[in-house]
Design a protein around this ligand. Sequence first.
Ligand code: PRX
Length: 648
Amino acid sequence: MSDKIYDVPSAWAERAYVDDARYQAMYAASVEDPNTFWGEHGKRIDWFQPYTKVKNTSFDPGHVSIKWFEDGITNVAYNCIDRHLEARGDQPAIIWEGDSPDESKVITYRELSSEVNKLANILRNRGVEKGDRVTIYLPMIPEAAYAMLACARLGAIHSIVFGGFSPDSLAGRVSDCGSKVIITADEGLRGGRKVPLKANVDAAINQIGDDSVDHVIVVRRTGGKVDMVPGRDVYYDEAAEQVTDECPPAHMSAEDPLFILYTSGSTGKPKGVLHTTGGYLVYASMTHQYIFDYHDGDVYWCTADVGWVTGHSYIVYGPLANGATTLMFEGVPNYPTTSRFWEVIDKHKVTIFYTAPTAIRSLMQGGEEPVKKTSRASLRLLGSVGEPINPEAWEWYHRVVGDERCPIVDTWWQTETGGILITPLPGATRLKPGSATRPFFGVLPEVVDAEGKVLTGACEGNLVIADSWPGQMRTVYGDHERFEQTYFSTYPGKYFTGDGCRRDEDGYYWITGRVDDVINVSGHRMGTAEVESALVAHPKVSEAAVVGFPHDIKGQGIYAYVTLMDGVEPTEELRKELVGWVRREIGPIASPDLIQFAPGLPKTRSGKIMRRILRKIAEDQFESLGDTSTLADPGVVEDLINNRQNKR
Ligand code: PRX
């Protein structure tokens, strides 16, 4: 916690779209009469047929239904490309910076149009139609954006799987949504290391069944040798020679699906979060414009990967719908050196920079020199996303990176929300380091206690949103009941975020982190249940329980308690083997940081694992274990404490 307050710099109050008085007025209008407010702002995108209805939503238990602009007809790719061609044909749409500092290129809106139309035709020639699912498993290369927009152009639903996920994770996602087409690359390149994407696709298809996927389109990124299955696999560049660069945009209803993105929850398999067309694009573009105060001439850089929602809404859809110039970075912050981010900012004259607290914390470790040797004079605004930002990291970001000149927008949102819900606006909001501050237009946050009682004034509890906003997810793909169960049953009639939060006397929100069994590792969401099921799939493991623990750089680390099968020796070697096993089963982001071999786990007499106790032990809070008298065998706790693993 920090009690410092940063005023809006005077230059910002003058140039920004919104000052504080305007924020207050627009916010009040947005929540008092959402139909009029969004009816007006829905016009920020082009419609082939205008909507006559605006909001039609219900959070009622058993009848959750979310529709915005439902009778409007539009197309997302048309809005991100075609409508800009006349005025911005020669403006850079995407600036691509490769993994190596020697590689970069600029793609204008006209070039983007040509590439997207060609890829849409490649897909169409392979039978892809409106409503079909296409899986995208690509590194951060322009083709990832082309692929998203080509699907949108045809009305196909894309499902991007982060390139760091394993063949097994990929297989689960491909089969859940039934994609017949996968777009991938021979290999990815990150920090000078190759990632065998095509080989992973082959392994995934092998696992699901050879006839599950009809077509694999392979971008040549490294030129590395890969196996190509005749009749199924085709190189992108070869397919592109066979098609024209004209493909008419499909006419889509506002509520037709745009994409599925899988995300971890507290139970079971990842859920396919479904976003639709009209409301999503209105919300992504409007938040991008106002929160980053995007003006013509800005160069905007979000360092996320398109495999996460941040990449969807704030690298591709929001910025391109606004006719912006968006930078796409293939590499990592510390390659070839820890000055890379700042050098890229100088190279491309970036004005708006949006990254995650984990990146800031890891770069902070290298001191100020790698930052200060660069100019960063072009920067005017900084952003943060993905996890709570600790005040030390905030202050460093502000002072060292932004030279005390750039406001920081700490943006709170989720895969499910489609766009940012709680955030400062740079010309309107006084900043408190560590607070995401106030709701965006149309967003009604509430803090509730465990029983669902709405708390007022300064308080702490769980964060819910009381009414719908246009960017909200519409359902879990193929499982509407799970959607209602996950988000609308804890506090009936309200959307439950899964986050805890505090509201201070100024009405500012401070997100305290997840209150469910989801952990946030380097800004990436990880369901503890997924790591547990990967661990128990190992033949030597009998039982596993996974919790988060505070980690200096990652925010949270993964702490696994593992009970071995009878007779198996707990060795250092086995510990390493299990870490490698989880990496292979899920992906490197799920690697446990610490594994404690535990002869027994604390359970109630009915056999339920008491995770609260495991969390406290992992957090080193032995004094506040709470009541352990209901445990079937209270003795296990002492053993767990005595053998707690320490950070290496
Ligand atoms: O716990 C919150 C945290 O990240 C979760 C959402 O993760 P995901 O769906 O992967 O989306 C990440 C990018 C939007 C939230 O439930 N979170 C995200 N942004 C913040 C945050 N926690 C605190 N402050 C933030 N700015």
